[in-house]
Ligand binder design. Sequence first.
Ligand code: ATP
Length: 324
Amino acid sequence: DVTVKRNTDVNDFFEMLSEIGRGKFGTVYLCREKSTGLELAAKLVSVNRRDERRNVEREVEVMRRLRHPRLIQLYDAYDWGKYMCVVLELITGGELFERVIDEDFVLTERACTVFMRQICEGIEFVHRQNILHLDMKPENILCLTKSGNRIKIIDFGLARFYIPEKKLQVLFGTPEFVAPEVVNFDQIGYGTDMWSVGVICYVLLSGLSPFMGETDIETMANVTVAKYDFDDEAFNEISEDAKDFIQKLLVKDKDERLSASASLRHPWLIQSALCTELHVTKTKLKRYVIKKRWAKAVSAVIALKRMGAKFEDVHEEASSKNGE
Ligand code: ATP
């Protein structure tokens, strides 16, 4: 069992090799354990504020309970005062959607059921531990390896322990994937994750985002009315079972949605042989993924500029102090 090692520098035990990812909260590095030579992923988060520290502590607490093959596994955790480091199993296959749009990947409905089934298995385990993930989106579904079809759910940074008697409301997530109760700041529950699973499935099958508007505000307005359709030609070849699966997840009332365990019993996920050969057109999904890549690059540039501006402020302040 992993406990946070206090006042310990992660660099004493792990060698940081290169950056592999960056999120809102931290930077993820490829690292090697000095004593074993094992390659792992290290998420380094600065915890200057008390709430930042609390968030990392919570993420570790959550991950300690989540020992399951469909979920990213916690390896170690370090507390070095201003920084905390969460050492995770390394996943080398990249994001699911990037994998799926690859030229040599043949996307059939059956392949989609294989992925959706694993996502539901992972979430079912999370929910069985009375935990909500609360940040289910394509970016947080990684492929274990470059070639196989196995996936893992990552990023428990927003996850919460769920106590049904206690009112739990949250104000975060990604507008495109959050449920109506999140937008409305109402009580959330297990169904909140299942809504996001429904949106992921809709995008995977069509390359279209069911509630996406021109702005975040517009997207959230679309989510609150929970209206969407399968009218686009992208759904022409999609099976009725698949649409029924989505329809039973994208329900406005969170308690009416399929639970994770019920979703695993849905005909689409058990009789996948019926839709084996149905081909899923990737044109729109490719466009979707490329657009996301651009948005990410642009927000990285904006963040850099903001940092640059701060730098200049500090520099100016220093210069004026020096009487320049
Ligand atoms: P977010 O802004 O999405 O909330 P975050 O700061 O919580 O991000 P993560 O999502 O955990 O950070 O990690 C950021 C990125 O690093 C991921 O999108 C993924 O590409 C990469 N990553 C995270 N964990 C691993 C891992 N174990 N193995 C390989 N890559 C990883």
